[in-house]
Write a protein that binds this ligand. Structure first.
Ligand code: NAP
Length: 290
């Protein structure tokens, strides 16, 4: 059991972590901090932490582990505001969806006396806020750690143990590789969903109402993804520019090939591509990640 853990940012991810820490009795004291008064009241009402505060700097006093669960673009300023109050040898970790830019923005903001262990749980929903969290969110899902060359092994082990206690499997990657892989598996699909739903939204009113009325599973699934938090996703794209633009370039080339095949009536090409992609779905199911 850890003496004191502080979570900053009590939305979907922060509140799901809090629920896990409570459920598995992982900390003697759990402090929840969020800038928003409204979020703090909700967290207090839900009873998922021992103390709730909107004073971020004071929330980390004496904490052994501090978990940053704010949007990617807010990580640097939050780190700077808590830095003077962090105790020596504290572990700071995060949950941000992009790793390289967070590492860059925290480098310099945090004192040398603390250890930073960058982390990203590959689990989430399209909902946000403390009421949308749940303890089972991380069950059987991956959490990727991207430690720096000077991160102590002891701190990496402590964060690994925490995620394993939440039910996750932990993997280690370098930050740039993480950003490229997640660019393919998460960021590009969100961008495509936002585009498809945006295109439907720009249609004339009469067509738009029919799109909603006859919404088949394809479009409906895209609307679920495209209802994800706009702040979170704005920050993801602004902070994973290189990887997303690289993947988007490849995607555009592949889309052009499909466009060409449709125009030329090349059914064999279309069939081959669609048949190949089915295999990926099967692999995801086989690996229990569906
Ligand atoms: P969320 O539900 O929107 O929660 C974020 C919380 O942080 C909100 O309570 C927000 O308050 C608060 N906040 C915003 N700016 C802040 C600041 N400067 N200082 C303190 N608190 C601040 O978002 P989430 O889905 O939990 O995501 C949290 C982090 O986890 C993000 O970095 C995201 O990239 C990452 N992540 C998300 C998912 C997912 O599927 N959602 C999955 C894996 C990782 P307001 O509501 O008042 O702004």
């Amino acid at each position: 059991m850890i003496e004191k853990i502080t979570i900053i940012g009590m939305g979907l991810i922060g509140s799901s972590i809090a629920r896990n820490i409570q459920k598995h009795k992982l900390a003697k004291t759990l402090v929840a901090a969020d800038l928003s008064e409204e979020v703090c009241s909700k967290v207090a009402e839900l009873g998922i932490a021992d103390y709730v505060t909107n004073d971020l700097a004071r929330s980390v006093e004496g904490a052994d582990i501090v978990i940053l669960c704010v949007p990617v673009g807010a990580m640097g300023s939050v780190a700077a505001s808590i830095a003077p109050n962090l105790k020596d040898c504290a572990i700071v970790t995060d949950t941000g969806s992009v790793k390289s830019s967070i590492i860059k923005s925290l480098d310099g903001a945090l004192p040398d006396s603390v250890d930073f262990v960058p982390a990203h749980p590959i689990a989430g929903t399209e909902f946000s806020g403390p009421e949308s969290g749940f303890a089972e969110l991380f069950d059987g899902r991956w959490c990727i750690l991207t430690p720096l060359p000077d991160t102590s092994i002891k701190s990496v082990e402590a964060v690994t143990k925490l995620w394993e206690a939440f039910g996750s499997n932990v993997d280690i990657m370098n930050p740039e590789h993480h950003d490229l892989v997640l660019g393919v598996t998460s960021h590009l699909p969100h961008l495509i969903a936002y585009t498809i739903v945006g295109t439907a939204n720009d249609l004339e009113d009469d067509i738009k109402s029919e799109v909603v009325k006859y919404s088949a599973s394809g479009f409906r699934d895209f609307t679920r993804i495209a209802s994800s938090d706009p702040t979170m996703w704005r920050d993801v794209f602004l902070n994973n520019k290189t990887a997303v633009l690289e993947i988007l370039q490849r995607f555009t080339e592949d889309l052009t090939e499909l466009q060409k095949a449709i125009r030329k009536g090349d059914g064999d090409y279309l069939y081959r591509r669609f048949d190949e992609t089915r295999a990926i779905r099967k692999e995801i199911i086989d690996q229990g990640q569906a």
